[in-house]
Design a binder for this molecule. Structure first.
Ligand SMILES: [Zn+2]
Ligand SMILES: [Zn+2]
Length: 69
């Protein structure tokens, strides 16, 4: 897997959620790679597949860092 290539794409898209391709809705980041997704998007994703949609790394538990208070 070419992780660097995916990483660069992610950086270019960082104003939008890479899953729904829409603006952030409750932005949250995953551990350990700190990629950001909507809370609902990544929650649904991780339930079926506990790895980062962008980098493919296995998510740590707890895999969500809260985006806000
Ligand atoms: Zn989303
Ligand atoms: Zn990632």
């Amino acid at each position: 897997m070419d992780c660097d290539c995916v990483e660069n794409m992610a950086t270019a898209l960082d104003s939008r959620c890479p899953i729904c391709l829409d603006s952030w809705d409750d932005a949250s980041y995953v551990l350990p790679c700190l990629h950001q997704f909507c809370f609902r998007c990544i929650q649904r994703w991780a339930e079926s597949k506990p790895e980062c949609p962008l980098s493919g790394v296995q998510l740590c538990r707890p895999w969500l860092g809260s985006g806000g208070p």
